[in-house]
Design a protein around this ligand. Structure first.
Ligand SMILES: Nc1ncnc2c1ncn2[C@@H]1O[C@H](COP(=O)(O)OP(=O)(O)OP(=O)(O)O)[C@@H](O)[C@H]1O
Ligand SMILES: [Mg+2]
Length: 389
């Protein structure tokens, strides 16, 4: 069928035509926003799961929900060279600029001045003004250089401004496992303070399956955060992810064809989008048949091997690839570091740096002490298909 009308979208963070199977999380978030607007406390939300399972897309939907309620919203992605000050500061500029006006309330003017001081704390050359004279607005002082002090001041003043505007503040951080230990601790402290003092501030974090453990290590009271394991879709949701977008384009799937893609994708959203896209392109239309689905899966697998998996494999050095190969013998379930070492005839200690490097590259994670696992479903099988070097 016409590839221009193809509704399936494999790709990091790409909004699916039908976002299915996440209703509980969206409902709870919605309740949280309403609670905040009513002056009640809300717990930070933590979305964790494997790569390609739909964390970013869900986080963005949470952001859109808050934005629809006119909240002050900042979404950032950790893991680049930029630190948390810069990430959050820059993410806040546009929403604050939208609110800035000469006749704004006292607390909003104060928050703007504080935001300006926060900006100055990481960028001395780019000064914000919001086009306002904030001379006697109070505020400021979020530039002591102590991250916890500055972030707490910023969030507190933003919360005050939001309250005055009858809304809240949503702070969303993707790839949160890549925050430094200090940044994580600080964010947890501020999130905790916000929940304790009933500030209308909703925090949401997304990251790899190691994120809950990393958070627990950062601060003990993170046990009160709301943890959401973002996993593969249920059979019903997976089917809907295929059939709803097709119906919107006046096309349909044979039931059995849906079954083929559900089976092959193991209900992982990224793979559903990939196979859906290729099945659509294979079909003459308007009905996607079993044969189209089988062809779509075959072509989709080639695409995944050439892109999704290959890109990750190529990111590893030769030595790191040896480590991944030794892990691949255990499949996707994860390996004991000790088993990997003995397969490589090395000691666990001598492989420590390789393991750490693979974790920082986001290719593997440590589900628990002494265990490593792939961050991508299907990676073990892909590696076993690779010819030995
Ligand atoms: N609930 C869903 N229903 C249908 N498709 C989805 C759903 N969630 C995500 N997808 C699709 O799956 C793919 C991966 O989504 P996303 O980038 O959000 O995953 P992720 O968990 O953030 O991955 P990564 O860890 O690599 O950042 C995208 O193509 C997206 O359109
Ligand atoms: Mg993501």
């Amino acid at each position: 069928m016409d590839p221009v009308r193809n509704p399936y979208q494999p790709g990091a963070g790409r909004k699916p035509a039908a976002l299915v199977g996440r209703d509980d999380t969206l409902r709870e978030w919605q309740v949280g926003l309403q609670r905040a607007e009513a002056g009640r406390s809300i717990q930070p939300t933590v979305l964790y799961g494997l790569r390609g399972v739909g964390k970013t897309v869900l986080l963005s939907e949470l952001r859109r929900n808050a934005a629809r309620r006119q909240w002050i919203v900042a979404q950032a992605e950790a893991g680049s060279d930029r630190n948390i000050r810069e990430l959050l500061g820059e993410a806040l500029y546009a929403p604050l600029a939208d609110l800035a006006r000469p006749n704004a309330g006292r607390r909003l003017l104060k928050a703007l001045k504080t935001a300006i001081s926060f900006k100055a704390s990481y960028d001395a050359s780019g000064i914000w003004t919001f086009g306002l004279d904030l001379g006697d607005s109070g505020g400021g002082g979020a530039d002591t250089g102590v991250l916890e002090t500055d972030l707490r001041k910023l969030v507190a003043d933003l919360a005050g401004a939001a309250e005055e505007e009858g809304v809240g503040v949503a702070i969303l951080i993707d790839e949160a496992q890549d925050l430094t230990a200090d940044e994580l601790t600080t964010v947890c402290v501020v999130a905790h303070a916000a929940a304790q003092d009933d500030w209308p501030v909703a925090f949401a974090f997304a990251g790899l399956p190691s994120l809950p453990r990393i958070l627990a290590e950062a601060r003990s009271y993170t046990e009160r955060f709301r943890y959401v394991n973002v996993h593969e879709l249920s059979p019903t949701a997976a089917a809907a992810a295929l059939t709803i977008p097709a119906a919107d384009e006046d096309a349909e799937w044979e039931d059995e064809a849906v079954g083929v893609v559900i089976e092959a994708s193991r209900r992982y959203p990224y793979f559903i989008q990939q196979f859906g896209q290729d099945a659509w392109n294979a079909a003459a239309g308007p009905v996607i048949s079993v044969h189209d689905a089988e062809l779509g899966v075959a072509r989709g697998n080639q695409q995944l091997d050439a892109g999704f998996f290959r890109a990750r494999w190529d990111r590893a050095t030769r030595g790191e690839q040896d480590y991944l190969r030794a892990m691949a013998e255990d499949g996707d379930e994860g390996s004991q570091s000790g088993d990997v070492a003995s397969r490589m005839a090395r000691s666990v200690t001598s492989l420590g740096p390789t393991r750490a490097k693979l974790i920082s590259k986001g290719l593997i994670y440590a589900p628990e002490y002494g265990v490593v696992a792939f961050t991508v479903p299907g990676m073990a099988a892909f590696i076993r298909r690779q010819p030995a070097a």
